[in-house]
Every structure is written in C-alpha cells, then in structure tokens.
Design a protein around this ligand. Structure first.
Ligand SMILES: [Zn+2]
Ligand SMILES: [Zn+2]
Length: 445
C-alpha cells in the first residue's frame, strides 16, 4: 500500500464499518460514496499506472513488464502473488476469513497496431510479432481494465471488514489471440490455486463514461478462424484454357459464402462470416497455382455455428468442383466461445448496481466480438461480464444524433478513453459487484 493511500483507505474503511451491520441489507448509496472516497484519494496513483501501461504496451504473451508492474502493486496491498502462470499471467490471492472465493480478471495484452490518438501518453513502442516489426497500442483499452483491477483490489482491501472470503485477482495474457485464458487453465489456474466460486470481468467500449451495460445469458460471440487454400493450375493469363484459375474460384467463394448467412441460417439468429485476407498471385499476367483465403466466423449459438461451418465447407468444396479444381484445404480453428452470464450472479450484482447507478445501468444486447473469459465460465465458474463506457456523454449524444463525429471504437488507432471517469466507474462497479456477491453468500441466500 502506498503511503498516500493508507490513511484514506483506513479512514474510509472505518467510516464504511458503520454502514454495513452484519447481515443487514447493503446501504448501497452510502457504500458507493465510501468507495468513491477511496478511489478519489488514490486516483493519482491509478492515473500514473494507467498512463505508464498505456505508453508501454506489450503484445500477447510478451506482457512481462506489464505483469511485473501489476505484481508489485498487488504485493504492496498484501496479496500473495504468483507470476508466470500461463506464460506471462499472474494470480494474486488475498485471504480474509471464511467465505467464497471470488475471481476478478483483467487482460494484460495490447494490439499489433499504431496508435494515432496524439495523446501525451500515446504509445510509440514497437515489437516483433510473427517475425515482423510492428507498433503496439492499447487500442482495446485493456490498460483501463488493469487500472480498474488494481483500484478494485485496493478498495476491497480498504473495506476488508465488510466482507469475508478470498479474493483471486488474475491478470491474463493474450486475450486478443484468444489463447491466454486457455494457457492459464492449462498451467493449473484452477488446480494449483482454488477454483473460484464466482468470477467477474469488465470491458470498456465506445459509449458514455459513467454507464454500465450488462446482460444475462449470452454476452459475446463464438469465434472461429477460417483458412482455405484453393488449388488450381497456374499458367499464362492470356491462355486461361490451359489453367485452372484459383483467383476466380476464391472470388466465387468470397461472394457465395455469404449465401450461407442469407439463405441457410435462420435470419433471426446471429451469424457473421467476414473474409479479412486474400493471398494469391504475383503479377497481372500470371494465373497462380493457389490462393489463400482467411476469414472469421462469429455466432452466438452452437447449433447456428454447426450449421454455418457445414455450409462454409460445402461452399468451398463446391466452388472448387465447379472449376474442376482439386478439393481445397479447409481449416477451421475454434477460438473463444460465447460468454454466458450466470443469471444468479447477475441478479445479485444487478440489484446493487441498479441502486448505485440508476438508469446508467443498462441491459444491452450481446456484443458480437469474442472474449476468452468464456474459458473460465466453461470450466464451471458462474460469472458476470459487463461493459463500461469511455467517452464524454455529450460527445456520445452528438455522435448519436449526427451533430458530432462518430467516436472511435475499440481497435481503432484513435480509441482514446477519458481515463478518470472511466477507471473510477470501473472500480466502483466492480467493487460493488464483488461486495454484493460476498454479501449474498454471508446472508445465506
Ligand atoms: Zn480487443
Ligand atoms: Zn479487449
């Protein structure tokens, strides 16, 4: 704990002690104020941590310095920290009497892209990625999550006379590649450490700060990667009759595969196929031997996913057969599965968050991006994943009614959360969600 925060935490804990007599209903308004006092007092440190991590992002499974920064913060708070879980991940445990174990997860990784925000603390860092040099940027906002995660840990430690149980704070590598959660589980996350009873995670997004979006059930999409190699027979562009043209085959596939979405899938169900890369050929007058097509497949429901995968494979084989080409190589790699929010965990947190945030807590439809937090849920941990906004409410309103520019979303080189209100909302919401679950358990409900 830093010398700056200690008296504030101690005094707020004291003041909060009178707010929550054992087994009584939580006085959310007063508790929220107590949490806000803690966060406000500690914010300069969180701001410095956020800007440091933002300026020096690290890509999937390279997050060594980032993890070390978080490990130091958590050790200073009295957590028992284990590093290098799942390569670069860390696990921080804080025991505080009998009660459930609640996991709070942040991601550690940034994206292989150039930041163009022009912010004073913008990243200019580069790294090596898949054999190529690339810029690195926290354009998904995982740095906001890390600052909120540390802030939540500080606040919960400051309020430790208000709950009993174990905090299991984990920092996960490689969310963007969909492989970090799996790596932590494979490295014994739920066997070397106790499997948590409940889990929470948050993600920021391009909507108004101070607001929280949540949902019961499906929260994000299943993600599959598509790789198709169409084989033809290369030759002269002026004599196509002597060739089998894989460019033409790939072009047909790219168009026809969308009929799987529009004609085969139930139109009321979510499903997307996007082709993100085509590799083939070298010159204008050479018909190449082969063309590679790479894409992403997103769905919510397993039955829709199965139907789409079948249709995509059939289409790829059919367009090749149409040109009398050899069967294509088709590889579909399963990525993250859909996040399923637990109705019980959401109902408990919802009651408290509603009392704290009023109409700024909003039920929302599932997001179409994917998220490997689902790995922990599928390992049997009832969980809640929610979203927090990052932009000034006025700018969001202007973008919505067309009087202002559209705001850059996650993964845009211009994505630029407003740090203070975003991080503070993250800390307050996550702290209340965790406290509500401890409280529910303590009251035996
Ligand atoms: Zn992302
Ligand atoms: Zn993200």
């Amino acid at each position: 704990m830093n010398r700056f925060a200690k008296p504030l935490l101690a005094s707020a804990a004291l003041c909060a002690a009178t707010l929550l007599p054992a087994r009584a209903e939580i006085d959310v308004a007063r508790l929220k104020t107590a949490i806000e006092v803690l966060v406000e007092g500690d914010y300069p440190k969180l701001d410095a941590l956020y800007k440091d991590i933002h300026a020096h992002p690290e890509i999937a499974f390279q997050e060594e310095k980032t993890a070390a920064k978080l490990a130091a913060e958590m050790r200073a708070l009295g957590f028992d920290v284990t590093e290098k879980v799942g390569k670069t991940g860390l696990v921080a445990i804080y025991k505080n009497g009998d009660g459930p174990t609640i996991m709070v997860r942040t991601e550690l990784d940034a994206l292989p892209m150039e930041e163009k925000t022009g912010l004073a603390y913008a990243s200019h860092d580069k790294t090596s990625w898949n054999g190529r040099e690339t810029f690195v940027a926290h354009s998904c906002g995982h740095d906001i999550h890390m600052a909120s995660w540390v802030g939540t840990a500080k606040t919960l430690v400051g309020l430790k006379d208000q709950w009993q149980g174990t905090l299991m704070f984990i920092a996960q590598p490689a969310e963007e590649t969909g492989s970090g959660a799996k790596a932590m589980l494979a490295d014994g996350l739920f066997t070397r450490f106790k499997k948590p009873d409940f889990a929470f995670a948050l993600h920021d997004g391009a909507f108004a700060y101070g607001t929280i979006n949540y949902r019961v059930g499906i929260g994000s999409s299943n993600s599959d990667s598509l790789f198709v190699r169409f084989r033809g027979r290369g030759g002269h562009g002026a004599a196509p009759q002597a060739t089998i043209d894989p460019v033409m085959i790939a072009a047909r596939f790219i168009v026809d595969v969308q009929s799987v979405i529009s004609r085969e899938k139930d139109p009321t169900e979510f499903g997307v196929v996007s082709i993100g890369a085509i590799h083939g050929g070298t010159a204008e007058n050479i018909i190449p031997d082969e063309v590679l097509v790479l894409g992403t497949i997103r769905t919510f429901k397993p039955e829709v996913r199965a139907k789409m995968l079948t249709g995509i494979e059939r289409t790829a084989k059919a367009v090749a057969a149409m040109s009398d080409a050899p069967a294509p190589d088709i590889k579909i790699t399963e990525g993250a599965k859909a996040v399923m929010n637990d109705p019980g965990v959401v109902a408990t947190a919802e009651k408290v968050l509603k009392a704290a945030f009023g109409d700024k807590l909003r039920p929302s439809p599932p997001g179409t991006p994917s998220e490997d937090f689902s790995e922990f849920i599928n390992a049997g941990v009832p969980s809640m994943f929610f979203n927090i906004g990052v932009y000034e409410p006025e700018r969001v309103a202007a973008a919505r009614d067309g009087s202002g520019p559209q705001l850059p979303p996650n993964h845009s080189p211009l994505f630029a959360p407003v740090p203070k209100p975003t991080i503070e909302t993250g800390v307050v919401a996550m702290t209340l969600a965790v406290l509500s679950t401890f409280d529910q358990h303590a009251r035996g409900k």
